[in-house]
Design a protein around this ligand. Structure first.
Ligand code: AMP
Ligand code: MG
Length: 487
């Protein structure tokens, strides 16, 4: 790279790798994490994988612009793979240039860390380096190509293996490599399963189903939309992987997708994600089938996914609402009505749930009083007509009745709610503001956001501005409301 320059590094990730802060600001660090220098022992390599993209088998894909440097085993014995994204051509680059631009790299860097601190399983990011190279991109595939600053992110993860890593060998009928990869994955990434034994592969598949269900519940909890849930972007380890045209629900709209390529079918829209994960698991099952020879164990795994997702989703909703348990008798109707109520007028999902904890539980309030703590969540105050207010308050009153029946101490309820309903998420417009500034040479907002997102559940009075709902200027601005895979 022509002139690498460090934009930011994540101190928490550096620590996991036993790196001191002083190590991360050296010239050597910037050289290594831009791809300009290898340390002894680093053996750069790229992985081969295939994938189903938007429901169709796309053939061989592979790490087209990700270069693995190797693995670090830290002082605690944990294994971390290091991977540079955007460092240049690999054997799998196909027609691509192997590079990445600053805007998408910055989004990946900040979001991986934000997700980790939200408690969502994810790959991590150590560093963000600008390369000093110019990279040509057509942001919306409409013939308007322009040069943008190039960048490299160092991703850090216990595993970068994808569903598509298995699919490619199954599709080639290369059962020997398929088995070796499965055995290696189980041995290294799932050591509790042992090296052999009856039903090893089906027990492992069930575990992948379980982890994927957990991941989906987390995404639904925080309002994250991945945007490109192709099987090559699904981690075998149950992590969020490959941050591309992802987005956060601002106004609660279950049909929203941030990815412009996905708008016509909405395959990867928010509410569809749990179903798509199941479809992707079914593709993985197909790939692993030759190792087992019977379909039943896989069918069981897939059924378990659905049951586990449903059970965990209910538990998660109970926590979001501050209830001790999800009682289907009352809470199925309560959550269905909530979903309807949140769509009456554009309602910020994050702010709504966060403020719900502040609801006054006395039962002699007017609609006006009841609604006061929630007003920040509404984007179009003029749409809060008497009738809309009445419907919102009707739900709020049934909710208050439910928490009264639940009988929990209000302070305890508030604490549980604030531990699962974040105050700060990496709103699309916040990332875009950090991009605009970084492109102008000012990296302060990247670092500030990195710091704020380390404690997403804690009120940070000095950082109130990062908890505000999306401003009007961002409503239709590319990068804030719509994104593409061009990165
Ligand atoms: P994605 O949609 O980002 O998950 O990428 C799908 C496939 O395209 C993966 O195999 C990527 O490695 C590859 N790819 C994306 N961008 C590039 C690029 N600029 N150069 C080479 N390969 C790329
Ligand atoms: Mg990908």
């Amino acid at each position: 790279m022509a002139a690498p320059q460090l934009v930011a590094y994540a101190p928490d990730v550096a620590k996991q790798l036993d790196l001191a802060a002083a190590d991360c600001t050296t010239e050597a660090f910037t050289k290594i994490f831009s791809g300009n220098h290898l340390l002894p022992g680093m053996e750069p390599h790229a992985f081969c994988y295939g994938g189903h993209q938007f429901g169709n088998w796309a053939g061989q894909l592979g790490d087209g612009r990700a270069v693995n440097l190797g693995e670090v085993i830290n002082r605690r014995g944990q294994r971390w793979g290091l991977q540079l994204k955007g460092a240049g051509l690999t054997p799998y680059s196909r027609r691509g240039d192997g590079l990445a631009v600053l805007r998408s790299s910055l989004r990946e860097f900040l979001c991986s860390e934000a997700m980790h601190h939200l408690g969502v399983p994810t790959t991590r990011a150590l560093s963000l380096v600008m390369t000093g190279e110019q990279v040509g991109r057509d942001m919306f595939y409409d013939g308007n190509s322009k040069f943008e600053p190039g960048a490299v992110v160092c991703r850090v993860s216990p595993s970068f293996t994808r569903f598509g890593s298995f699919e490619i060998f199954a599709l080639r009928n290369d059962l020997e490599t398929l088995r070796r990869l499965a055995d290696y994955t189980i041995e290294v990434d799932f050591p509790l399963f042992g090296k052999s034994g009856p039903q090893l592969y089906s027990r492992w598949f069930a575990e992948v189903c379980q982890r994927t269900a957990e991941l989906m519940v987390h995404w639904m909890r925080v309002g994250f939309v991945h945007g490109v849930m192709n099987t090559d972007n699904m981690s075998i380890f149950g992590l969020t992987i490959d941050y591309g045209p992802y987005g956060w629900l601002e106004g609660y709209d279950p049909d929203w997708t941030p990815n412009t390529t996905d708008i016509p079918g909405g395959r990867y829209r928010y509410c569809n994600q749990p179903q798509i994960a199941l479809w992707n698991l079914a593709q993985l099952a197909n790939a692993l089938l030759p190792l087992v020879g019977q379909t039943e164990p896989f069918e069981e795994g897939l059924q378990m996914y659905s049951a586990s997702y449903q059970q965990q989703w209910r538990m998660m909703m109970a926590q979001k609402l501050g209830l001790q348990q999800f009682e289907p008798g009352t809470d199925l109707a309560l959550t269905t009505e909530l979903d309807r109520m949140l769509r009456l007028t554009e309602t910020d999902m994050t702010i709504f749930f966060r403020c719900l904890a502040d609801l006054d539980s006395s039962n002699d309030q007017t609609d006006e009083q009841l609604l006061t703590p929630l007003l920040d969540a509404y984007y179009q105050p003029e749409e809060l007509t008497v009738q809309v207010r009445r419907q919102i308050c009707s739900w709020l009153r049934s909710y208050l009745q439910r928490i009264a029946d639940d009988g929990r101490d209000p302070a305890a309820r508030q604490r549980t709610m604030n531990a699962v309903n974040p105050k700060y998420v990496l709103r699309n417009y916040l990332a875009q503001m950090a991009i605009d500034r970084a492109e102008a040479g000012d990296f302060s907002l990247v670092n500030q956001l990195l710091e704020v997102m380390r404690q997403p559940y804690t009120d940070q009075p000095h950082h109130q501005q990062f908890a505000y709902k999306r401003p009007e200027w961002a409503r239709h601005r590319p990068g804030c409301s719509t994104l593409s895979c061009s990165s």
